[in-house]
Design a protein. Structure first.
Length: 278
């Protein structure tokens, strides 16, 4: 799961919805989404199927459209500013992609049809793909769907321009492909930030205080992993935690330390193996 290309052309719709749901802190396998959307290799996925799948995951796909490119861009930005991801029909209604954010005059797009699925587009670049044109009727249209959650969202992702570039670097391929695994582990260690929350610490600060102890102990007890390797795992966790504004309450700090040490040791044993010690 997470940020990787679609294996088949007809799966662009389920992948686009999957990536939009990730922004709302929901992680679902594209095969499940495809089943709910009624996707098929001979027909692909239409907007009705995507709407049915979104509804199954407690979201509504709100349609917006314009024949004017400036108005279309403004509508899209208005949703993105509210941290509402959008799904667009592009390539003359031949493909679906997800737009996650608008930052530094760039649209952060996830296109599962590309090898590196996260890209940034200027308004002009996006409009070029977004535009639908009917030659017979000389009709131009820009069609999109805002993914509106029907339930209270625990946490929304703040996927900025810098974060998009970082995730798609070659050395961060593991982070991109295991994004949901990192999030699912972190949400069991941390809590979403809440207004007026007291006695809390950011996950970044918590790791800063304890990472030397964690890494030193795991490397010592197992004997194989290097300190930079384990530090990379913690850096990935920090990146995801910061994207979703996750914090740790004072009452949970001891548990968080135990959870992180267990995760690092499980990672180490899973990669390098381990003989029975007792």
């Amino acid at each position: 799961m997470s940020f990787y290309p679609q294996p088949n052309k007809y799966q662009c719709g389920p992948f686009a919805l999957k990536y939009a749901l990730v922004m709302l802190g929901q992680f679902h396998n594209e095969k499940v989404i495809a089943a709910k959307a009624g996707s098929s290799w001979w027909y692909g996925t239409d907007e009705i199927g995507l709407a049915n799948a979104a509804n199954y995951f407690d979201c509504t796909m709100k349609y917006f459209q314009s024949s004017a490119h400036a108005d279309s861009i403004n509508q899209l930005i208005s949703y993105l500013e509210k941290k509402i991801p959008c799904i667009l029909s592009v390539d003359n209604w031949g493909h679906w992609l997800a737009v996650l954010n608008y930052d530094k005059q760039k649209f952060i797009v996830v296109d599962s049809g590309l090898e590196k699925v996260i890209v940034t587009y200027s308004a002009r670049q996006l409009l070029k793909r977004w535009r639908y044109y009917d030659e017979a009727q000389a009709f131009e249209s820009y069609d999109g769907y805002a993914l509106i959650p029907n339930i209270k969202v625990v946490t929304k992702a703040n996927f900025t321009f810098e974060r998009a570039k970082f995730v798609m670097r070659e050395r961060n391929a593991d982070l991109a492909s295991k994004w949901d695994s990192y999030f699912n582990d972190l949400i069991n260690i941390c809590s979403p930030i809440r207004p007026n929350a007291k006695l809390t610490m950011s996950f970044t600060e918590f790791v800063r205080r304890h990472e030397n102890l964690l890494i030193k102990q795991v490397a010592y007890w197992h004997g194989t992993p290097s300190h930079p390797e384990l530090n990379k795992i913690l850096d990935n966790m920090i990146f995801v935690a910061e994207t979703y504004d996750l914090i740790i309450y004072a009452r949970d700090q001891k548990k968080a330390l135990i959870d992180l040490s267990a995760l690092l040791m499980m990672y180490t044993c899973g990669k390098y193996g381990m003989s029975r010690i007792y």
